[in-house]
Design a protein around this ligand. Sequence first.
Ligand SMILES: *[C@@H]1O[C@H](CO)[C@@H](O)[C@H](O)[C@H]1NC(C)=O
Ligand SMILES: *[C@@H]1O[C@H](CO)[C@@H](O)[C@H](O)[C@H]1NC(C)=O
Ligand SMILES: *[C@@H]1O[C@H](CO)[C@@H](O)[C@H](O)[C@H]1NC(C)=O
Ligand SMILES: *[C@@H]1O[C@H](CO)[C@@H](O)[C@H](O)[C@H]1NC(C)=O
Ligand SMILES: *[C@@H]1O[C@H](CO)[C@@H](O)[C@H](O)[C@H]1NC(C)=O
Ligand SMILES: *[C@@H]1O[C@H](CO)[C@@H](O)[C@H](O)[C@H]1NC(C)=O
Ligand SMILES: *[C@@H]1O[C@H](CO)[C@@H](O)[C@H](O)[C@H]1NC(C)=O
Ligand SMILES: *[C@@H]1O[C@H](CO)[C@@H](O)[C@H](O)[C@H]1NC(C)=O
Length: 414
Amino acid sequence: MMTSHCGVTLAIICWMIVFFKQTQTSNGSELSFSPCGGVGKICRCRGTTADCSRNGGKLTFIPAFSRRITALNISFNRLSSIRSENFFKNVTELTELDISGNYMSTVKTGAFKVCTRLNILYSRKNKMNYSTLGEILDIPTLRVLDLTHCSLRNMPNDLFHRNVTSRLTTLILDKNMNTRMNMSAVKPLRYLKHLSLSQSLVSGVVPDHLPFLEKLEITFTFLSSFPLTCDDRGEAFYPTLVYMDMNGNRVTSVPSPFFVEPYLCLPNLTVLKLNHNCLITLDMTVFKHLNNLRELSSTRSSIENIYPEYLRSLRRLDVHNNLLQHFPETCVVGSRSFYPRLSYLDIGLNEIRFFSYPNPAPTICLPWLTELVIKYPEQDELDMSFFKHLTNLTKLNAKKWKYRHDPCPTSCRL
Ligand SMILES: *[C@@H]1O[C@H](CO)[C@@H](O)[C@H](O)[C@H]1NC(C)=O
Ligand SMILES: *[C@@H]1O[C@H](CO)[C@@H](O)[C@H](O)[C@H]1NC(C)=O
Ligand SMILES: *[C@@H]1O[C@H](CO)[C@@H](O)[C@H](O)[C@H]1NC(C)=O
Ligand SMILES: *[C@@H]1O[C@H](CO)[C@@H](O)[C@H](O)[C@H]1NC(C)=O
Ligand SMILES: *[C@@H]1O[C@H](CO)[C@@H](O)[C@H](O)[C@H]1NC(C)=O
Ligand SMILES: *[C@@H]1O[C@H](CO)[C@@H](O)[C@H](O)[C@H]1NC(C)=O
Ligand SMILES: *[C@@H]1O[C@H](CO)[C@@H](O)[C@H](O)[C@H]1NC(C)=O
Ligand SMILES: *[C@@H]1O[C@H](CO)[C@@H](O)[C@H](O)[C@H]1NC(C)=O
């Protein structure tokens, strides 16, 4: 009797210890950062992540850690250069490294040799140029490289030609000083899927065949024309592109003022963002060969007209804050729809006066439309008979707004 009672008590105590320990470890090392490494409070660890950021100059070398470290953050440490080729000797298992905000300009040859697993490198806000970047571009395991805000100018055309072993899939060049992008320069990156050039000084794109690119972002730059997507044989430069964001440019027409069929060669494009540009008309015919286009947005421009076209795959259309005076045309002859699969439409903040439409209201052919946003001018009244054909409509966001056209950039009018 006595022993079994003891056993039970012991078991309960053991269980309590284990439970307590578990809660402790889960709080101490998994959920929050705690001091680690050999240098007091300079680094904090959580699991295999070490954060040694923001020591403002106190971190001069990377300490040895008592645990395996796979992600290290040494950003904002005034490390203007990596002088020793042994710099990363204490963290050879890194897969992710952040060296941002150090105004770093040089890296000792071979410094990254010991990091044989480095996958992701954030080097934002540094001062490297393309020749000093060589050490980084040569890291054979690197997949993701973020070079935002590094004062980089135009990429040399042969930057990657010297070494085609790179397996970069993501290259972020936002907020740099490049004025054009020659796609031939990144063509040797045979695995490149995501390229971003946002908030740079880019005003032109020299096209080339990038057969693996899936995501292209060129937002808030100085492009005045839509990049060429078809070569002179009508073949796609970017056949696998799925997502294209061109917000915040000065594009006046898509694809260019002198287009001929097939207009755009983007067979896999699913999402196209063209908000905040200088469009006056939105000509849907240019999208007619984009059989995968599901989402199109062109808000905050000066669009007065939408020329309709049969777009079989389009699901979402957002054209709010433009200068439309009429509800977009949706019916082909009969009651067949131009946009048979459209389920979301935002035409708010335009100049459509529902009240002044003649009676009976025009037919709207959008059989799949479930959500409609029509913020409309204060002086107007909504005539619900307008929407009587929308049998699938479940959400109507029809608010009155003090009309305020938030125009395209003033640069549009230059
Ligand atoms: C663990 O952390 C959570 C949230 O931070 C807190 O609510 C909980 O009381 C902590 N547990 C222990 C045992 O410290
Ligand atoms: C590795 O860490 C130890 C202890 O923190 C330190 O003395 C040594 O200088 C470090 N090695 C390098 C190459 O930085
Ligand atoms: C590194 O630390 C900086 C500053 O503490 C932080 O802003 C940044 O997000 C961190 N990097 C990563 C990859 O978490
Ligand atoms: C690149 O930067 C390094 C180090 O700051 C400098 O010595 C070199 O002259 C620079 N090269 C160019 C082409 O600006
Ligand atoms: C390319 O990079 C790899 C890996 O860093 C290196 O071993 C090789 O020597 C480089 N090749 C050239 C031609 O620079
Ligand atoms: C683009 O780069 C390629 C080589 O990568 C070069 O042959 C071509 O002349 C460049 N084009 C322009 C317009 O700079
Ligand atoms: C387009 O995308 C589909 C799947 O989304 C994929 O199966 C197909 O191979 C892609 N086509 C091209 C040319 O990349
Ligand atoms: C309404 O939507 C459902 C799916 O939610 C669809 O099956 C149906 O065909 C739609 N109605 C019309 C008229 O297309």
